[in-house]
Design a protein around this ligand. Structure first.
Ligand SMILES: [Zn+2]
Length: 49
C-alpha cells in the first residue's frame, strides 16, 4: 500500500491512476486530478525535510 500524498488515500501501487517521480522518489495518485494538484506544488505534499 502507498499513500496518495494529495488526498491521503491508501491505494495499491498497481491500481494507482497516475504516478509521478519527483526528486528520485515515486508517488502514486488515486486520480489524474490528484496528480495534477501535485504537479502544481509538489513541495506542499511532501512531508520530508
Ligand atoms: Zn487522491
Amino acid at each position: 500500500m502507498v499513500i496518495d500524498p494529495v488526498c491521503g488515500m491508501e491505494i495499491e501501487e498497481e491500481e494507482a491512476a497516475a504516478s509521478r517521480t519527483y526528486k528520485g522518489k515515486t508517488y502514486y495518485f488515486c486520480s489524474q486530478a490528484c496528480r495534477e494538484e501535485f504537479d502544481e506544488a509538489p513541495e506542499d505534499y511532501i512531508d520530508e525535510y
